[in-house]
Design a protein around this ligand. Structure first.
Ligand code: GLA
Length: 394
């Protein structure tokens, strides 16, 4: 693919110079949802799908962007002195946001760039196409300008740009997974300290199957930001009765003991999810490490119920997919994954049940919604990287 993209790059922007190729993956979160901005744990893994970027430094301060996915927009020209978000800028708000965030942190960009990108993450699926584009941009800047930034810092810069340039108050999970992913491993990340460990995902006779509902309810970002605010308000109330910094500091027992300090029933359920989901994630990783996949699956199912009933980030299409999955023999666990309000489910399915799974969910979903779900039997890939071999042609 990158050869074809390089060819396209030359066709658009001309020959010569130091042309480099990069990749940053999307992610799927196995468990630990809406815990990353609540000081809890998450357990995502990088996918082998993601965003590719071909880049070359310019002599001047111009920026030229082109996306194969949005080819009708053509080449979009702007400059390093115009790093402001705008609706008209479409997808380029993501790379521009990262450039802006680098500058905010004192990494001054001396020259502009020509950039071509292409991604194979289905649009709006909640598999972090935007985070992958942010991390890709961060890596390109690090590598091309020689900035001394770690991959963790690139993840943080990506999150900062999404929060402050693109208006979504997301946590660190997506950017971290894209920057730090490791083949065949999930990342057990403590979002409170950013301490992390890789955990091999050994499913022996099972596979990870992502089901795309292809629905994306409007107001996703604002509903997400609302959840975040509600959790923060509940934390403030709890802080009056116990000495904690985040909801991730509480055990289930602590929560039950102090929950009456939260003055509102909705906020109580939001906080309950954050606390219980964090503990579930810790237990799920232990289960996986000790080879107890069945327990891992049960915890995934509990995670779904908690997001459906307490955190209320599911929707009827996603609930349908999960309920259909739970009925299929050979399904170890199934839940909503990602930010919610549509997007995808993640399921662990016995290898010999995958075909039945796809058939059953596909036809059940079609019958009840009139829509076609999409299925991806995925592998866990590496985090963002540059392709080793040079693609320069004189
Ligand atoms: C989105 C956000 C993440 C995380 C998840 C929910 O993907 O970008 O930071 O909060 O939702 O777990």
């Amino acid at each position: 693919m990158k050869e074809k993209l390089t060819e396209k790059f030359r066709e658009l922007y001309g020959e010569g110079g130091d042309i480099r190729a990069y990749f940053a993956p999307g992610r799927v979160n196995l468990i630990g949802e809406h815990t990353d901005y609540n000081g809890g744990h998450v357990f995502p893994c990088a996918l082998t799908i993601g965003t590719y970027g071909i880049a070359r430094m310019r002599e001047d301060r111009k920026l030229r962007f082109y996306s194969v996915n949005f080819d009708t927009m053509g080449v979009i020209e702007t400059g390093l002195d115009e790093l402001l978000p705008s609706e008209a800028a479409g997808w380029t708000n993501y790379p521009k946001g990262v450039m802006w965030a680098f500058e905010e942190r004192g990494y001054k960009l001396s020259h502009g760039l020509d950039l071509l990108i292409w991604g194979d993450i289905p649009n709006g699926s909640g598999l972090s196409s935007s985070a992958s584009l942010e991390v890709l941009t961060g890596l390109i800047l690090k590598d091309m300008y020689g900035f001394d930034v770690s991959m963790t810092e690139i993840a943080l810069i990506g999150q900062y740009s999404e929060n402050n340039f693109n208006g979504c108050n997301c946590g660190i999970m997506d950017q971290f997974a894209s920057a730090m992913g490791k083949k065949d491993n999930a990342i057990f990340l403590d979002t409170n300290t950013l301490a992390y460990e890789y955990a091999p995902v050994v499913l022996t006779d099972a596979r990870i199957v992502i089901t795309n509902s292809k629905v994306k309810h409007s107001l996703v970002d604002s509903a997400y930001n609302d959840r975040r605010r509600e959790s923060e308000e509940a934390l403030m109330e709890l802080k009056k009765v116990t000495d904690i910094k985040t909801l991730g500091d509480l055990t289930e027992q602590d929560f039950e003991r102090y929950q009456s300090a939260i003055g509102d029933e909705t906020r109580r359920r939001r906080a309950k999810h954050a606390v219980y989901e964090n503990r579930r994630t810790i237990r799920a990783v232990e289960a996986l490490r000790s080879g107890d996949i069945e327990l891992f699956g049960r915890l995934m199912n509990e995670s779904h119920l908690s997001q459906r009933d307490d955190y209320e980030v599911s929707c009827k299409e996603i609930d349908l997919l999960v309920e259909l999955a739970w009925e299929v023999p050979g399904v170890i666990g199934s839940r909503i994954t990602g930010g919610g309000f549509g997007g995808c489910t993640v399921s662990i399915v016995k290898r010999d049940a995958v075909d039945t799974f796809i058939e059953t969910l596909g036809s059940g979903y079609r019958k009840q919604t009139g829509c076609e779900a999409e299925f991806y039997v995925v592998d866990i890939g590496d985090g963002a990287h540059r392709f080793r071999e040079t693609v320069t042609k004189e």
